[in-house]
Design a protein around this ligand. Sequence first.
Ligand code: GLN
Length: 485
Amino acid sequence: MILNQLTIHEAHQLLKTKHLSSVELTRACLERIQQVEPKVRALVTITDELALKQAQKADELIATGDFGPLTGIPMVIKDNMCTRGIPTTCSSKMLENFVPPYNATVVEKLNDSEAVILGKANMDEFAMGSSNEHSAFFPTHNPWDLSRVPGGSSGGPAAAVAAGEAIYALGSDTGGSIRLPAGFCSVTGLKPTYGRVSRYGLVAFASSLDQIGPLTQDVTDCALVLNTIAGYDTRDSTSVPYPTPDYTRCLTTDLNGLNIGVPREYFVEGMQGEVETAMRAAINKLEELGARIEWEVSLPHTPYALAAYYIIAPSEASANLARYDGVKYGFSYQDADSMWEALAKTRQYGFGDEVKRRIMLGTYALSAGYYDAWYLKAQRVRTLIRQEFDQAFTKFDALVTPTSPTVPFRIGEKMDDPLQMYLSDVCVLPINIAGLPAISIPAGFADGLPIGIQIIGKPFSEETILKITHAYQQSTDWHKRKAEI
Ligand code: GLN
């Protein structure tokens, strides 16, 4: 038994039957981190002392017999979620020395469950990117092939799970940042419905799109983490006051009576042959499991989602990032002769190129005279895309698409061409535009490189997409394969 490769539910069982302690499990993960981190580089901060203290405390609770599914299980958090007393850098020079005085709601919830925090995971700076190469510190490497990217922007969290450094992770998804890395690293990644999980304490990128979600080794674990982090929060004004079901209750293996559509626009030009083959095989499997598949579904506005996203997300980012002015908190340029120079230099040195690009795009799209032509138009497209999904969901319980048109690309391959980089998200980003829940699960390999499929659900139907993907994982073993490093 390789301890650091246990799932949450397996580890929980062993903790319960006293075959394992949280300290042992935590040590196994910390050893693995020591061993592979020089190659993978998934973590920005390692909190080993804290983790062992939390593990000891968890073991005391476990001894009482009264503990939850996440108690004592070691995990990592994407470095854009505020952790009290632990640096939260957003992989940016701007926040390199920022130590938050408070916890994000999701972190509070993990603490309440006596989870063990191993560290903070690398990401594209301020979550802007699809490859982790936009981290201001270092790029993370894909555990399946160290010369390739892990996807982004939650590349650190996904790589940490795929490399066996952590049992699970939390990521954030604004335009695919949980699902693309999940697909590229062969792990399970869920973006919940907008409003399902509190964004309080998540460093804002594009507030109308951002959502926090789990990256895990299987769907059962995903349901367990969602059980803990979901729910209404008065500190997030877009949090939705719906009751949270027990997401493990829907995990059956019978898909009879479910209608699943395959939207044709997601078979995009340039899609790799192996990805299409894996997709078709996965869909046939779902059919075998009892689902009714409809191949000829059309969502004609899909091709406009990317353009709308790259107006809306940068616009919101330009407003959100205005707070980094060298005065309130974060990096501050000290050698200036005037306030204006201090402000300009703070931003010049504090932000990386991609972040600057987004701020410029956003301020342009929001400026007087251009607002109607760009921002307002993009919002109209957003409405059309959402309506189109609503319409599709009158007929279907879920939609299935590839997670990415290609397998993970090489480090450096797309860095000089932002548009090519943006195109990596064509299949995942329309879902944020519409605020829907979607999950990516492992569905095959091409020459040893992971392929993911994405299942999209109606708003607040996480149970349906978890059920479908759980059934799939019960009769396939892609998710059980482990990367050799
Ligand atoms: N890759 C997309 C972007 O760069 C999505 C990022 C995200 O979901 N945080 O904006």
